[in-house]
Design a protein around this ligand. Structure first.
Ligand SMILES: C[S@@+](CC[C@H](N)C(=O)[O-])C[C@H]1O[C@@H](n2cnc3c(N)ncnc32)[C@H](O)[C@@H]1O
Length: 470
């Protein structure tokens, strides 16, 4: 889409923006970067290489058997969906469920009784699903508060112990953690610039609240984009202070001349590696938008991103990192999420808990259900909502698509956090490219190709070549 940008920073910093968004560095340095990331995940059975066909790809370093774990990839930047936060209390860094089964159930029913929950469907007496007012079915407020405070225990929950709830170091009520490690990691990597707690100055706090309100009312992907920008600024500050220490200890012409922009490029490196296009150029056209309205739809998306960016800029602008606040960079960050992100899903331990109760011997089950049944009925059909969000994963995002993939992004029972888990769906030989499917591969050829067009390519995998009309 060609239209003059409404953002003055796009023009002012055009050279820096081009450098930030230029295609990835030479294959060798890309590979070196990913070798380090892979080493950190300890999943050394894979490597990232630049193939000539589709840019980067992930390849097997050894043979894998069917169903074997290929990779557990750590989130670079992600978030739980805002709408899911009332249903599940999870660690804001690793996305494990926290607190206790009682807290998960009590908190959800309490928020539901206040009309905040998004899941309101429950069983009626006939067992069919209906949308009724949960307040009628909900246990009394004092009972829910006792569950939340830990004054009321449900039977057998000690077998489903969860990590404790650790508060945000900045004092905000929005983020909670499973450990000091996660609290500190989130603070130093993303949250210290985005916290709305009482430790944040009033003007930044109120600007952040406006930005967050806008994102929650429009598209919570803006919250993930803010994390990517905060992550880069915080890395930049760290690199700069390390450089300061180094310059004091070893004052050589070499290190004293290193420009601030080269530090910004280095800080941006993890985000720079992701495949990108501008959001308003790559977002799929919704079904209810006519193709003749496509240009105005894309312009509306650009305008929406610009409003969000201005609100973020009001809150955390940093002149040394100014190019990060250009619309061009903001649009490319969100476009990167559009083209690469995986759904972040963590199964609820509340489901395991009620299944456990159901599997008890008849006598134990009847006794337990005298206590648990009212809660199960109040929770209704969707008694075990999973944690849901979106995340960018550094290695998984290098995996190319195939309609006959040899791997799946698939969580196992033991996967209790937000990591991406990649499992072999058939034996894979050393040297083979590891592919996943970006879409439902059971769809017919035309529908698959139409969905993949949103990713900007037409699939030429062996299955598509076989199925394409002659
Ligand atoms: C998640 S990224 C995969 C990694 C990417 N190849 C890179 O260089 O970073 C998705 C993008 O890779 C390219 N891609 C993935 N699978 C492809 C395929 N089967 N054929 C052509 N291009 C593909 C498309 O440009 C797609 O938008």
């Amino acid at each position: 889409m060609d239209r003059n940008s409404p953002c003055p920073l796009d023009k002012e910093y055009s050279d820096h923006i081009s450098a930030l968004l230029s295609p990835p560095p030479p294959p060798q340095s890309v590979q070196e970067y990913y070798d380090e990331v892979i080493e950190a995940t300890k999943c050394t059975g894979v490597r990232v290489s630049c193939s000539s066909r589709h840019g980067k790809g992930v390849y097997a370093n050894r043979d894998f058997t069917k169903d074997e774990l290929i990779l557990k990839d750590q989130i670079l930047v992600g978030a739980q969906h805002s709408s899911n936060k009332v249903d599940c209390l999870v660690c804001s860094y690793c996305y494990r469920f926290i607190g206790s089964i009682e807290l998960q159930i009590g908190r959800r029913l309490y928020l539901q009784s206040l009309g905040l929950s998004t899941s309101k469907h429950c069983h009626d007496d006939t067992g069919s699903s209906s949308s009724i007012n949960m307040n009628e079915n909900s246990p009394p407020e004092e009972v829910l508060k006792s569950l939340i405070n830990g004054n009321l225990s449900l039977p057998y929950t000690s077998q489903f112990a969860l990590p404790p709830v650790i508060a945000c170091p900045g004092g905000c009520e929005e983020e909670h953690y499973c450990s000091q490690f996660c609290a500190e990691s989130d603070w130093t990597s993303y949250h210290s610039l985005l916290c709305t707690g009482s430790n944040t100055g009033e003007s930044r706090r109120s600007a952040l609240l406006k930005f967050i309100d806008h994102a929650n009312g429009t598209n919570d992907i803006f919250l993930v984009a803010a994390k990517a920008i905060s992550f880069t600024i915080l890395r930049y500050k760290k690199l700069k202070s390390l450089q300061g220490v180094e310059n004091e200890q070893h004052p050589t012409p070499d290190n004293s001349n290193k420009s601030d922009f080269s530090l910004l490029l280095e800080a941006w490196k993890p985000v720079s590696m992701g495949f990108k296009k501008r959001w308003w150029d790559c977002i799929a056209l919704p079904d209810d938008v006519d193709t003749c309205d496509e240009a105005s739809f894309r312009m509306e998306i650009q305008d929406l991103a610009f409003i969000s960016l201005q609100l973020l800029k009001d809150a955390i602008f940093d002149i040394e990192c100014a190019p990060l606040f250009s619309l061009e960079v903001y649009g490319n960050i969100i476009g990167m999420f559009e083209l690469n992100n995986l759904d972040l899903v963590v199964a609820s331990p509340v489901e395991d808990y009620f299944i456990y109760i159901d599997d008890l011997s008849q006598r134990e089950k009847e006794e337990a259900e005298r206590v648990t049944q009212p809660f199960l009925e109040a929770l209704g059909d969707e008694y075990s909502v999973s944690c849901q969000g979106t995340a960018f994963f550094p290695i998984q995002s290098c995996m190319n698509h195939s309609c006959c993939p040899n791997a799946n992004a698939f969580k196992r029972d033991e996967d209790k956090d937000g990591h991406a888990t990649i499992i072999a769906r058939q034996p894979i030989s050393e040297g083979e490219e590891i592919t996943i499917s970006y879409i439902d591969e059971d769809l017919p050829y035309e529908e698959r190709q139409a969905l993949l067009a949103d990713y900007g390519f037409s699939c030429m995998c062996p299955r598509c070549l076989k199925e394409q009309p002659k």
